[in-house]
Design a binder for this molecule. Structure first.
Ligand SMILES: Nc1ncnc2c1ncn2[C@@H]1O[C@H](COP(=O)(O)OP(=O)(O)O)[C@@H](O)[C@H]1O
Ligand SMILES: [Mg+2]
Length: 689
């Protein structure tokens, strides 16, 4: 069966041109943009001066005292030449100056925008729900963050200036022609519409081919990143040859796609050149005849011959620039689409601080475990003293305390590792009791693979569960029954589709996401360690913790001993994804990391599945201490590890089918009792001589 899902379809507004999207994004850089534009235009203006200077020089030597300069008040040809020399010097100086200025401005603008865009895109990507990542290739996402943003940077570096300068040339030279020789100016202008028409037709033809190239390159990088992370599997299954073949196919597809684009784009310049040639020869002949008949001065004729080159040749580069523009716009679209992807899981507004203010008045939570009300008001007055609340007299209602002050800058974890412990008598600490209440929760994963939003079968089915503050519950059940999913729903990694989840009586949708997730320590079923040292991995997410805290946490997780035996102890590099450690070692680091976080709620999802029985028992003993006054959810396969839980739930196909203490469940003679007997039987067999 399936459940109805209200889908956010707020992305259906008409598509905006990527250039407009880019302009909108680049609003803060507008002044820099206009300044760079000004410098590009001025540079081109001065760059176009030499043919004019040549024309004037010819005019000076041919016409002498009757030249144009003479009419401006310079009677002798010598003084005219001197003036011309000075003018040349100034013009070339200014040209160089503005070239330097525009190059710097455009390239800096390119750098700034790519930097900001990458950070924004990455930050936005982090906010997106897991389903977004699950339906996409990592390689493709990396291609957006790297290649597409670099493409845009390249266009801003050079392409934008190119476009502006071509425009300036056409306007200035064309305008100049109309002023000095309107009778033949049309001849110089004649090829322009054809060149433009040719360029734009090419652009239209090329666009889909370049889009295809982008698709192919992202498929290629997806394959590469997939294979590199699965290298062990490839080796062990001896599929190297197959993988090379598959890569060859992808790479070949990329090559062919590129070749299709090249075939077309390479034809551009030669074709356009013919059009230019026609314009040039027409002016050469017709203008020459005009000059011979005296209707055109020699100076203007020679200037125009030089100028038409300056006018038409840059237009041939227009194709290339449009190419680049096209690629940049395709990339812009992809980056902007990412930035515009709506965030499906919205953070709530409430903080624990706000909730803490009302907690004294509100007493909630009937404890079904022992039939009395729990969560007395005195709880809220207590704060734990040490990082882990360890080694202290077993105060009856010691409440794990949650630090809700995140406003302070968080320095690098390593630099903090050796500082003395922070005093915890801090007004920003608010107690979270850790009462969890799931009410008729239903959930199904969504699937974006085929079309938009295919809803898969229900994983959590109308499930209700109440966990009183400070209790330890265990969930057991066959694999695929939805245990891990349930935990992810608590963390709001996925959004439930029906029912509600309350934490301390507050709907988790109303809580700020960070506040919710910081309150929960989660040792997930598949541990992920970052490339870095053991210490950095333990300190991850607890930037103010010290080395001593980390060691204490490692001891609780039974990890201290093996860490000490590593070649560099706590400074040993664990490798990418922690691959230099064994599965059990990774799990113990993950437990240490969660313990160090000192959260009011601890979730252990098969957290000790990869450690041996003795170590597991040892972890169990030390965790018992830690979990005493902390809401704990333990998911386990080995029932012996959870038999002491306050309550055990058996989950099957998204429903809780049995519940009770270990003894109660054994009496029920149901699934649990059956499982227990099997495991005990196996255990007895194992311990036979
Ligand atoms: N990210 C996901 N996308 C789609 N389906 C999923 C995803 N994760 C788990 N499932 C499916 O949900 C069901 C429950 O999985 P899970 O909660 O991991 O089970 P358990 O932890 O009890 O072994 C399984 O049928 C699994 O195939
Ligand atoms: Mg699981």
């Amino acid at each position: 069966m399936t459940i109805a899902v209200s889908t956010d379809s707020s992305v259906s507004s008409p598509p905006t041109h990527p250039l407009i999207r880019l302009f909108r994004y680049g609003r803060p850089y507008r002044s820099q943009f206009w300044l760079a534009t000004l410098c590009s235009v001025l540079n081109k203006t001065f760059d176009l001066a030499p043919p004019v200077l040549i024309g004037i020089a010819v005019d000076v030597v041919v016409q002498r005292e009757a030249s144009a300069l003479a009419r401006l008040g310079l009677p002798s040809a010598q003084s005219q030449l001197l003036f011309l020399a000075l003018l040349t010097l100034v013009i070339w100086g200014l040209e160089s100056l503005f070239e330097y200025a525009y190059a710097r401005l455009w390239r800096n603008l390119g750098q700034t925008i790519q930097h900001d865009l990458r950070l924004d895109a990455y930050a936005h990507m982090q906010e997106l729900e897991l389903e977004y990542f699950e339906s996409r290739h990592t390689g493709g996402l990396i291609a957006i963050l790297n290649d597409d943003i670099n493409q845009l940077e390249r266009f801003l570096d050079f392409g934008a200036n190119e476009v502006l300068q071509v425009l300036t040339t056409v306007l200035l030279v064309g305008g100049g022609f109309w002023i000095v020789a309107p009778s033949i100016a049309w001849m110089a202008m004649l090829p322009i519409p054809f060149i433009l028409w040719g360029s734009f037709s090419f652009q239209k033809l090329l666009a889909p081919r370049y889009a295809d190239v982008r698709e192919k390159v992202s498929a290629l990088s997806a394959r590469l990143s997939n294979n590199l992370s699965g290298i062990v599997t490839i080796k062990s299954f001896v599929t190297e040859a197959e993988e090379v073949t598959r890569l060859r196919l992808d790479s070949e597809a990329y090559r062919q796609s590129n070749q299709r684009a090249i075939r077309l784009s390479a034809a551009f310049t030669p074709l356009i050149r013919i059009i230019i040639l026609l314009g040039f020869t027409a002016l050469l002949v017709y203008g020459g005849l005009e000059a011979l008949s005296g209707r055109l001065t020699v100076g203007v004729y020679s200037m125009m011959l030089f100028m038409i080159q300056r006018l038409l040749w840059p237009l041939t580069r227009l194709g290339e620039t449009l190419d680049q523009y096209q690629r940049a716009m395709a990339s812009t679209n992809r980056v902007m689409n990412l930035l515009d992807t709506p965030i499906a899981i919205h953070s709530g507004q409430l903080t624990w601080a706000e909730i803490g203010q009302t907690i004294g008045q509100q007493q909630s939570g009937f404890d079904p475990f022992n039939g009395r009300r729990n969560g007395s008001g005195s709880d809220s007055g207590h704060t734990a003293q040490g990082a882990l609340g360890l080694g202290k007299p077993a105060a009856g209602n010691l409440v794990p305390v949650y630090r809700s002050d995140h406003s302070t800058a968080q320095p690098e974890p390593t630099s903090h590792a050796f500082q003395p412990a922070q005093p915890t008598a801090d007004p920003s600490l608010f107690p979270i009791r850790g009462e969890i209440w799931l009410k008729q929760v239903s959930f199904a994963y969504r699937d974006f693979q085929v079309s938009d939003n295919v809803i898969r079968p229900v994983v959590i089915h109308d499930l209700s569960l109440h966990i009183p503050a400070g209790k330890t519950i265990a969930i057991v059940g066959s694999t695929g029954s939805g245990k891990s999913t349930l935990v992810k729903l608590l963390l709001r990694l996925y959004e439930i589709q029906a029912g509600e989840i309350l934490l301390d009586g507050v709907n988790i949708r109303e809580l700020q996401l960070a506040e919710l997730r910081r309150a929960i320590g989660w040792v997930s079923q598949d541990v992920y360690l970052f490339h870095g040292t053991v210490l950095e991995n333990i300190l991850y997410g607890s930037p103010t913790a010290t080395l001593a805290d980390a060691i204490e946490a490692a001891q609780v997780a039974e990890a201290h001993e093996f860490i000490q035996n590593l070649p560099y102890g706590y400074d040993t590099i664990v490798g990418e994804r922690g691959q230099k450690l064994s599965g059990g070692q990774r799990q113990r680091l993950a437990i240490a990391r969660a313990v160090l976080k000192n959260p009011p709620i601890l979730i252990l999802d098969e957290a000790t599945s990869a450690v041996d029985n003795e170590t597991e028992a040892a972890i169990q003993r030390s965790l018992e201490h830690i979990t005493q006054n902390r809401t704990t959810i333990a998911i386990a396969h080995r029932l012996s590890t959870i038999r002491n839980a306050d309550r055990i739930y058996v989950m099957e196909q998204g429903k809780l089918v049995e519940q009770g203490t270990h003894e109660m469940l054994l009496e029920q003679q149901g699934i649990y009792a059956n499982l227990w007997q099997i495991q005990m039987g196996a255990h007895r067999l194992q311990s036979l001589p």
